[in-house]
Design a protein around this ligand. Structure first.
Ligand code: FES
Ligand SMILES: [Fe+2]
Length: 373
């Protein structure tokens, strides 16, 4: 028996339940710490049914509020930006300070003679910093973020995330024509690595994967393939970010939909955003060593030599064919979109599931439990 029915991947009803019962009740990633680094700077994020913004106050403290004007509910702030000294609603100019207090209402005495404006401050949400990332929770009393991530933290990479710099070309966005769970299941599936990615992720030894769930989060580690590891300083596409003897990949999927790819040469956030039952936006942001552009150019040239030998002849298909592009993300997107299409066929039936897909089954079970409430 499949753990989740086909409708879990195709219906609006399931999508809405997940938004309400999973994405509105968990910590959501709102970006990197440096995105909100000055008083008045803000970022807003959708956390399930809630739009929440984080703003830095004049005291340099981060605060999170529900992005809803207390008058008639207009959304106060757009995605990112820098405010002046206050937050002004675009509809009737109600104005809040950076601490969320209502400080000005046009024609207050005439229009609202009886109202106590101390009772209409912005509604608070929770905000925290963890591993160089900003996090929000819709509930103002969500508690410490370590209650949520503390257990999985020892299973993550040894990276000093704050010491790495965002790679200038390291931010990409993909809209994938598939349900968010297909994207997450693909991330968790260790069985496909040696097959779908035989030409693109061969630097890792997929026969030595260590993975499993720690609470609601999926932890994953694999070492480098021996011939690549021998000379990892030369083979790596970027300067190393952890010592060569620790080289390997930690690729956890934090619930619900925040993947990390922590390797010897880079550290990436893989943020899965459900858009609709069959659309998912993935935002990837990558951090690398803080080194000169000359160091990056030299490293890229060295590593190209290794790769030219290793993959020669593997990608001789058509350039536009995702399976011949040499890009593992294109391979994953192709596989996810094809699966989503098949779900619409009356001939689709779940097949047997392997040991390497244990995490996929466990993720489905987890989603089922949260949705059932
Ligand atoms: S809705 Fe914001 S001021 Fe009226
Ligand atoms: Fe993959």
């Amino acid at each position: 028996m499949p753990i989740l029915p086909v409708e879990a991947y195709t219906s609006r009803e399931w999508f809405d339940l997940e938004q309400e019962r999973i994405f509105s009740r968990t910590w959501a990633c709102a970006g990197f710490a440096e995105d909100v680094a000055e008083p008045g700077q803000y970022v807003s994020v959708q956390a399930g049914l809630n739009n929440i913004f984080i703003v830095m106050g004049r005291d340099r403290r981060l605060r999170a509020f529900h992005n809803i004007c207390r008058h008639r509910g207009t959304q106060l702030l757009r995605a990112v930006g820098r405010t002046q000294r206050a937050i002004v609603c675009p509809y009737h100019d109600w104005t809040y300070d950076l601490e969320g207090r209502l400080i000005s209402v046009p024609a207050r005495e005439r229009q609202f003679p009886e109202v106590d404006f101390d009772c209409v401050s912005l509604k608070k949400a929770s905000v925290d910093l963890w591993r160089g990332m900003l996090w929000v929770h819709p509930d103002e009393n969500a508690g410490s973020i370590m209650d949520w991530f503390g257990e999985v933290e020892p299973h993550l990479g040894p990276h000093e995330v704050d010491e790495l710099a965002e790679y200038p070309k390291g931010r990409t966005e993909h809209t994938i024509k598939a349900n968010w769970k297909i994207v997450v299941e693909n991330y968790i599936d260790g069985y496909h690595l040696a097959h779908l990615h035989s030409g693109t992720l061969g630097m890792y030894d997929h026969s030595r994967i260590e993975s499993g769930f720690v609470g609601p989060h999926f932890a994953f580690w694999e070492p480098l393939a021996p011939d690549y590891a021998e000379n990892v300083e030369k083979n790596s596409p970027y300067p190393l970010v952890i010592p060569a003897e620790q080289a390997g990949a930690w690729v956890p999927m934090l619930f619900p939909g925040i993947g990390l790819a922590e390797t010897e040469s880079s550290w990436s956030l893989f943020h899965v955003n459900p858009i609709s039952p069959d659309r998912t936006r993935v935002v990837i942001r990558t951090r690398v060593a803080t080194a000169s552009s000359w160091a990056f150019t030299r490293q890229a040239a060295r590593s190209r030599r290794f790769w030219a030998k290793r993959v020669s002849g593997k990608f001789e298909g058509h350039r536009d064919d995702p399976m011949a592009s040499g890009d593992f993300m294109a391979e994953d997107i192709y596989a996810c979109e094809q699966q989503q299409r098949s779900l619409g066929s009356p001939y689709f039936e779940h097949g047997p599931s392997s040991e390497g897909e244990a995490g996929v089954r466990e993720h489905q079970e987890l989603v089922r439990r949260w949705v059932e409430g």
